[in-house]
Design a protein around this ligand. Structure first.
Ligand code: TXA
Ligand code: MG
Length: 327
């Protein structure tokens, strides 16, 4: 029997009983549990096979609940929350003592956001606790953007996916931390860098993967989830700004090609998908993971992806494609 259901009251029942439920958001589906239930939070980590040091995002129904979760709200954090919530921005702020260490990986900060999905906002309003929810995929795999993606991953391990349709943004939230009250981007995502800078001015991007190799540390202290290999298909994936050259190297192979807009004529290509024929970056972002899921099922020899324009959501798409190519 399918675990996919639209029944919010069933989700409430399970979550209240300290069980976990996959929930829709505008970015990707999350694997959710009561932030105050040790049982539920442990089940999230175990189901995902995610290391405990990698902290979770807390989801709240509205901006006025933020002060229940965090100790202090810097001015620029307030501005960002007002500008983008409900929506795909996560703020990392000093946590209140009540937030369990299990949620934050022992850190004194907590990641929090108001998701922009009517079903999940309704769910959060009816619960009397916030939901911790990492993306509903096994650690390092491609994030799910439909209920069916989640079911494929977890049909034997969770009881329910709350169906909210296909995610409209399609890549994870942009994560913003604060150092001396100044915002810093920890993860590029569904809110474009330029839109954030329009609110708070020029903002630094901390490339956690680079820091990690420079310091030769296993994890970065600031955003331990920003491991280099992430969002990755099982099929070898290559990111290129020169499609003809790259195709030349894989003449004898079964190739899946992902482009931004163009259609390429080449016999080596078994399947090709243009993410937006009209050149719309938001449309491309919304389709990216679903296309990766589709191509990954085809047992191709290689997935070749075209580099996107390096601005707006193109920057975030390139970030995910780069991580998908690490092995
Ligand atoms: O769009 C999203 O953000 C989705 C939906 C479900 O809301 N969630 C999501 O969660 O992408 P997850 O767990 O896959 O990614 C959360 C990231 C991780 O990289 C984690 O390391 C980082 O947030 N994070 C969480 N708490 C943090 C903290 N206190 N300091 C720094 N990074 C933190
Ligand atoms: Mg994730």
């Amino acid at each position: 029997m399918s675990i996919i259901s639209k029944d919010i009251s069933k989700a409430i029942q399970l979550l209240t009983a300290e069980d976990i439920v996959a929930i829709p958001t505008e970015t990707v589906y999350g694997l959710a549990g009561n932030i105050y239930s040790e049982k539920a939070i442990k089940a999230i980590f175990e189901t995902k096979k995610r290391p405990f040091f990698n902290p979770l995002i807390v989801h709240i129904p509205s901006i006025d609940k933020l002060s229940n979760i965090v100790e202090y709200i810097p001015k620029k954090a307030q501005l960002l929350a007002e500008a983008f919530w409900p929506g795909p921005i996560t703020l990392v702020l000093k946590k209140k003592a009540i937030i369990p260490d299990l949620i934050t990986g022992g850190k004194d900060t907590v990641a929090v956001r108001v998701p922009n999905h009517p079903t999940t906002i309704e769910l959060l309003k009816q619960l009397n606790f916030p939901l911790a929810a990492p993306s509903a995929n096994p650690f390092s795999s491609i994030s799910p953007t439909t209920a069916a993606h989640v079911e494929t991953y977890f049909k034997n391990t969770i009881k329910m996916v709350l169906d909210g349709g296909a995610c409209t943004s399609g890549i994870e939230s942009t994560i913003i931390g604060f150092e001396n009250d100044n915002p810093i981007i920890y993860r590029l995502g569904s809110t474009a860098l330029e839109d954030i800078e329009a609110i708070v001015g020029k903002i630094e991007i901390k490339n956690m993967a680079t820091e990690r190799s420079q310091n030769n540390k296993e994890i970065s202290p600031d955003a331990p989830g920003m491991l280099e290999r992430h969002y990755a298909p099982k099929t070898t994936t290559i990111l290129t700004d020169n499609i003809p050259n790259t195709l030349d190297k894989y003449k004898e192979k079964r190739v899946g090609l992902i482009t931004f807009q163009s259609q390429i004529e080449n016999n080596a290509i078994e399947v090709q998908i243009a993410l937006s024929k009209s050149g719309d970056l938001a449309e491309s972002a919304s389709k990216l993971y679903d296309v990766l899921h589709q191509l990954d099922k085809m047992h191709l020899d290689v997935i070749i992806a075209e580099k996107f324009p390096d601005h707006g959501l193109g920057k975030s798409i390139n970030d995910r494609l780069t991580r998908a190519t690490k092995n």
